[in-house]
Ligand binder design. Structure first.
Ligand SMILES: Nc1nc2c(c(=O)[nH]1)N[C@H]1C(S)=C(S)[C@@H](COP(=O)(O)OP(=O)(O)OC[C@H]3O[C@@H](n4cnc5c(=O)[nH]c(N)nc54)[C@H](O)[C@@H]3O)O[C@H]1N2
Ligand SMILES: Nc1nc2c(c(=O)[nH]1)N[C@H]1C(S)=C(S)[C@@H](COP(=O)(O)OP(=O)(O)OC[C@H]3O[C@@H](n4cnc5c(=O)[nH]c(N)nc54)[C@H](O)[C@@H]3O)O[C@H]1N2
Ligand SMILES: [Mo]
Length: 553
C-alpha cells in the first residue's frame, strides 16, 4: 500500500482502462514507461497496436520497450515537454485539424491560449526539444487523423518543476482535438502505488478532506468537525516534500511516517538524512525495517496487503475489495487499528472536543466495513460504494453517490467539473538544473520492471534479485566510448549533491548525453544525486532532470 505518497500524482484517469484499450484509434504515451511500470495495461496497449492497428505515438527521451509498437518515437530532451506539446498544437491549428465544434460548445479561453501556442513554430519547438520538424508533423497528423485518441502519462510528465503545467498543456491538447468525454479518449495519468488514488480520495493531501472537499471551506469543515468530534485546522498543511526539509527550518518537530521510506525515495538523500537525524521524534509504521527505520524513535509493525481486508482504489477510480489471506505475522496489527489507537490517545489528551453525532463513535471501529460506512456518509463520490456491493461482484468506479448508482466509467461526458473546460496558455520553462562544463550530462531517474521503489519488498524476493541484483546505470555507447568503457565497468556518477558508484549498462535505450539511474538499491540510489527543486503548485520534486558528470572508477 505504501500510503501517503499521495502528493506524487495528480488527478485520476478520465476514462477506464477497458475503453481506452478497446476504443482509441491512437495513443499519445508521454512520460510513461507503460510496459515496465504498468505491465497489465501495457499489454492491453500492445495488443491494441498489434491486433487492431491502433497507432502509438511515444514521447520519451529513452527508447523504452513500448517504442517497438509505436508508429513514431519522439525522443525529446528531458524537461522540454511543453515546447513539444505546444509545437504539436501549433501544427494542429496551422492545418485546421482542431475540433471547432467542441472548442465552441465545451471550452473557453481559446484565443488567449492560441496566441501562446502560435509562438511555438515547429522550428522553435524542434530547437528546444531536439525533435526533427518532420517528426513533429507526423505525430500531429497521427493524433488528429486517428480519433478518438487517448493521452497517457505518468511520472515523466509530473516529476518536473513544470509538472502541473505539463499536465495542463496535455489537457489543452485533448480539448483542442475534442478528445474528451467519450470512450477511447481523455486525459489518463497512470497512478503508481496500488492505492495512491484511494489515499488521495480519502484526503491524504494537505489541502482537502475526503473527496477533495477543501479544508478552507467553513461549511465543509463544520461537517467534519461535527462528525469526528474534534476541531480541525483552517489552514492548508504542508506536503511531504516540505515537511522533511521543514525539520532543519524549525517548522517540523515530530514525524509519523506510514509506509514510506524517505531515505530512499525523497530527493537529495544527504539532506534527508541530516533532517531525520535532527527531528525531535520519529514514529515509523512499516512492514519491514527500512533505510528510514534507523532514524525511528518508535517502530510500529503494520501489516502488508496479504494480511488485511478493505478496499484499494485503482488508477481508473475503481474501488476493489481485498481480503485477508494470512494471519498478521508476529506482533503486526492492521494499519487502521494502530492509527485509531493512537488517535484515541491523542484525543483523550485534548480539551478541544466537540460532540459527535451517530453513526460516528470516535475511532471505535470494529472492522474496515465500519470505516467504509463512515466514508459513505462523508464522501459524496463514495456515497454508494459499500463492502456489500463490492462483495456481490459489482465493479464500481467513483463518482457513485448513492446505493442505486452504477458508478461512472467516463468523466466529463457532458461537462467538465467547472462547467466549461478552460484552455490555459502555457509557456516552456527550462528545468531547474541544466548541464554545465563541470556537470555536462543529464541525469534522469525512475524504475525498472523487477523492483519497487526503495526495494524494501522486492530486494527480499529471491527470484527478483536473481534477475536484477544490483543497480545499473544506463549509458549510451557514444558516451561509454568517450569514457573508455569496454564491456562491463563501474562508473562514478556525481552531482552537486552527492555521488554513487554502479555498473554501467551500455545501451542505446538512453540518448547520448543522458544517464538513467534507479533508486532501488541503497548502495547506489539515484536520490543521492537528485535535486530537491519543487513544482510551485504540487510540490513534486524534479526527479527527472539533474546535471551530473560520469567518470570511470
Ligand atoms: N516495476 C515497478 N512498477 C511500478 C513502480 C515500481 O517501482 N516498479 N512504481 C509505481 C509508481 S508509484 C509509479 S508513480 C509509476 C511510475 O511509472 P512511470 O512514470 O512510467 O515510471 P518512471 O520510471 O518514473 O519513468 C517514466 C518515463 O518517463 C521518461 N522520462 C524521463 N524524463 C522525461 C521527460 O522529461 N519527459 C517525458 N515525456 N518523459 C520523460 C522515462 O524515460 C520513463 O520512460 O510506476 C508504478 N509501477
Ligand atoms: N529519484 C526518484 N525518486 C522517486 C521517484 C522517481 O521516479 N525518481 N518516484 C517517486 C514516487 S512516484 C513515489 S510513489 C515514491 C515512492 O516512495 P515510497 O512510498 O517511500 O516507497 P515504497 O517502497 O513504495 O514504500 C515505502 C515503504 O512502505 C512499506 N509498506 C508496504 N506496504 C505497507 C503497508 O501495507 N503498511 C505499511 N505500514 N507499510 C507498508 C514498504 O516496506 C516500504 O519500505 O518514490 C518517489 N521517489
Ligand atoms: Mo508514484
Amino acid at each position: 500500500m505504501a500510503g501517503l505518497a499521495a502528493s506524487f500524482g495528480s488527478g485520476a484517469m478520465s476514462n477506464s482502462m477497458d475503453d481506452v484499450a478497446k476504443e482509441a484509434k491512437a495513443y499519445f504515451i508521454i512520460g510513461s514507461n507503460t510496459t515496465e511500470q504498468h505491465p497489465v495495461f501495457g499489454t492491453m496497449l500492445r495488443r491494441a497496436a498489434r491486433f487492431r492497428g491502433a497507432k502509438i505515438v511515444v514521447a520519451d527521451p529513452r527508447k523504452i520497450d513500448i517504442t517497438e509498437f509505436a508508429a513514431i518515437h519522439l525522443r525529446h530532451k528531458p524537461g522540454t515537454d511543453i515546447a513539444l506539446i505546444n509545437g504539436l498544437m501549433y501544427i494542429i491549428i496551422e492545418k485546421g485539424w482542431e475540433d471547432q465544434q467542441f472548442i465552441e460548445e465545451r471550452t473557453e479561453g481559446f484565443e488567449e491560449f492560441k496566441a501562446t501556442v502560435m509562438q511555438y513554430t515547429p522550428t522553435r519547438a524542434s530547437e528546444i526539444t531536439g525533435v526533427p520538424v518532420e517528426q513533429l508533423y507526423e505525430a500531429a497528423e497521427i493524433l488528429s487523423q486517428n480519433k478518438p485518441s487517448a493521452v497517457i502519462w505518468s511520472m515523466g510528465i509530473t516529476q518536473h518543476i513544470s509538472g502541473v503545467r505539463n499536465v495542463m498543456d496535455l489537457a489543452n491538447l485533448q480539448m483542442l482535438l475534442g478528445n474528451m468525454g467519450k470512450p477511447g479518449s481523455g486525459v489518463n495519468p497512470l497512478r503508481g502505488q496500488n492505492n495512491v488514488q484511494g489515499a488521495c480520495d480519502m484526503g491524504g493531501l494537505p489541502n482537502v478532506y475526503p473527496a477533495y472537499q477543501p479544508v478552507t471551506n467553513d461549511e465543509i469543515r463544520a461537517k467534519f468537525e461535527k462528525a469526528w468530534g474534534a476541531t480541525s485546522s483552517t489552514k492548508v498543511g504542508m506536503t511531504a516534500t516540505e515537511i522533511i526539509p521543514g525539520i532543519l527550518e524549525g517548522k517540523t518537530h515530530a514525524l509519523y511516517i506510514l509506509g514510506e521510506d524517505p531515505v530512499m525515495s525523497d530527493p537529495d538523500t544527504h539532506h534527508v538524512r541530516k533532517c531525520l537525524e535532527a527531528v525531535d521524534f520519529l514514529l515509523l509504521q512499516e512492514i519491514f525495517p527500512s533505510e528510514t527505520s534507523v532514524y525511528a524513535d518508535v517502530l510500529l509493525p503494520g501489516v502488508s496487503f496479504a494480511e488485511k481486508t478493505g478496499t484499494f482504489t485503482n488508477t481508473e477510480r475503481r474501488v476493489q475489495m481485498v481480503h485477508q489471506a494470512i494471519q498478521p505475522l508476529g506482533d503486526a496489527r492492521p494499519d487502521w487499528w494502530i492509527i485509531s489507537e493512537i488517535a484515541k490517545r491523542v484525543l483523550a489528551g485534548t480539551s478541544k472536543r466537540v460532540p459527535f453525532e451517530a453513526p460516528y463513535s470516535g475511532w471505535e471501529y470494529r472492522d474496515t466495513s465500519e470505516i467504509m460506512t463512515e466514508i459513505n456518509a462523508m464522501t459524496p463520490s463514495y456515497g454508494g460504494i459499500t463492502h456489500a456491493r463490492l462483495e456481490k461482484g459489482e465493479r464500481i468506479q467513483w463518482p457513485c453517490p448513492t446505493l442505486d448508482h452504477p458508478g461512472t466509467p467516463i468523466l466529463h461526458t457532458r461537462q467538465f467539473t467547472r462547467g466549461k473546460g478552460k484552455f490555459a496558455p502555457i509557456d516552456h520553462v527550462p528545468p531547474a538544473e541544466e548541464p554545465t562544463d563541470d556537470y555536462p550530462m543529464v541525469l534522469s531517474t525512475g524504475r525498472v520492471l523487477y523492483h519497487w521503489h526503495g526495494g524494501q519488498m522486492t530486494r527480499r524476493a529471491k527470484g527478483l534479485t536473481q534477475v536484477y541484483g544490483e543497480a545499473l546505470v544506463e549509458l549510451n555507447p557514444f558516451d561509454a566510448q568517450k569514457l573508455g568503457i569496454n564491456g562491463k565497468k563501474v562508473v562514478r556518477v556525481t552531482s552537486r549533491r552527492g555521488s554513487i558508484q554502479a555498473e554501467a549498462w551500455v545501451t542505446d535505450r538512453v540518448p547520448p548525453g543522458m544517464v538513467y539511474a534507479n533508486f532501488h538499491f541503497p548502495e547506489a540510489s539515484a536520490n543521492e544525486l537528485t535535486i530537491a527543486a519543487l513544482d510551485p503548485v504540487s510540490k513534486i520534486p524534479e526527479y527527472k532532470v539533474a546535471a551530473v558528470k560520469v567518470e570511470l572508477v
